[in-house]
Write a protein of this length. Structure first.
Length: 343
């Protein structure tokens, strides 16, 4: 807060005091008061006014300067009243009171929103677990009445289950720290189990899997990483090319204490402008609009989960040639365990 700006704000008061000062000077001269006495009286009056203005200015300056400083530095601006001291002047006290009321309102709203969000998440998780019972019963009925219709329904049931799982993982993605366990996992078993879950879709689309150098132990969470691999496999199957025999190649290369797992396909690929935005929420790209319906959630979820698991996720693609998705894990040695502990 600058003194010049303060004076501009108080110009009416300064003008009134100046008029009174000169009017008093003229009155004292009119009644033939000695010049020395007049100067002393006017000097005391002027000094009193100056001290009054300076006291008011510095008290306001201290308050507003701290207010602006904390407003710039504090992440949660709703807690400003906790950091500043209640001022002595009335306008500052009114502002301080408003900040306190606003803080209480914001905290109450935040608590209410958080409670509603948690209630919604609990409902989604409960619904997902409940819906799996009729799905299992439906599968049992279809197994006991095998024909073309039930086989077709079984494929659609698989899609329903995948969407349900995607919804469950999406609801849990913001609180992943409460539901994961990093441990040593066989990369080969992890990949094989993920491929097995999507075997029906791969067989239907005649996609051939190939495996290279997967006999490595890595550090990850088995459940969450199976979901990530499932999304990548699903995309590889969904966007296969009809011009050549589709295949998915799972290959791993160990570099020092890290392992890079690459999942490459020979599908339709994607243009360069789509690659840069492929991990954005809701982004479907030209392939999602042209070839098949896409939610734009799968790879976004993969990116979120990998970040929280400490796994680097990257993607490269060439239009008309295919796509390569890479996952970088820590090896399950002593050094790897030390690094994962620091995360």
């Amino acid at each position: 807060m600058k003194f010049s700006r303060y004076c501009q704000d108080k110009w009416v008061s300064i003008f009134i005091f100046a008029v009174i000062l000169f009017a008093g000077w003229g009155l004292l001269l009119l009644i033939e008061t000695p010049i020395a006495v007049t100067c002393v009286i006017e000097g005391f009056y002027l000094a009193g006014l100056l001290l009054l203005f300076l006291h008011d200015f510095f008290s306001r300056k201290e308050f507003y300067d701290k207010l602006l400083e904390y407003a710039e530095d504090v992440n949660e601006i709703a807690y400003l009243s906790e950091l500043i001291t209640e001022p002595s002047f009335q306008e500052g006290q009114i502002l301080y009171y408003i900040l306190q009321k606003d803080e209480k309102y914001m905290n109450d709203r935040a608590a209410s929103q958080e409670a509603e969000l948690q209630e919604y998440k609990d409902y989604v998780e409960m619904w997902v677990h409940e819906i799996k019972t009729p799905i299992a019963v439906s599968r049992l009925i279809m197994e006991n009445h095998r024909d073309e219709v039930t086989r077709s329904l079984s494929g659609e049931m698989n899609r329903i289950e995948k969407f349900i799982d995607q919804m469950l993982y999406y609801s849990k993605s913001s609180s992943l720290q409460d539901d994961y366990m990093i441990r040593a996992v066989s990369l080969k078993e992890l990949v094989m189990s993920s491929v097995k879950e999507h075997a029906a879709d791969m067989i239907a689309e005649k996609v051939t899997p190939k495996f290279e150098g997967l006999d490595i132990m890595v550090l990850t969470d088995l459940k969450w990483m199976r979901f990530v691999l499932g999304q990548i496999i699903s995309n590889g199957v969904k966007y296969h090319s009809k011009e050549r025999k589709p295949q998915l190649v799972f290959s791993a290369v160990r570099v020092g204490r890290k392992v890079c797992l690459s999942i490459s396909d020979n599908g339709i690929g994607m243009p360069p402008e789509d690659v840069e935005r492929v991990f954005r929420k809701g982004f479907t790209g030209s392939n999602g609009r042209e070839y098949t319906k896409s939610t734009g959630i799968g790879l976004y979820l993969c990116d979120i989960l990998c970040r929280k698991l400490g796994t680097k996720l990257s993607l490269t693609s060439v239009k008309g040639e295919g796509t390569v998705v890479s996952l970088e894990f820590l090896t399950a040695g002593e050094e790897g365990m030390k690094n994962i502990t620091k995360m």
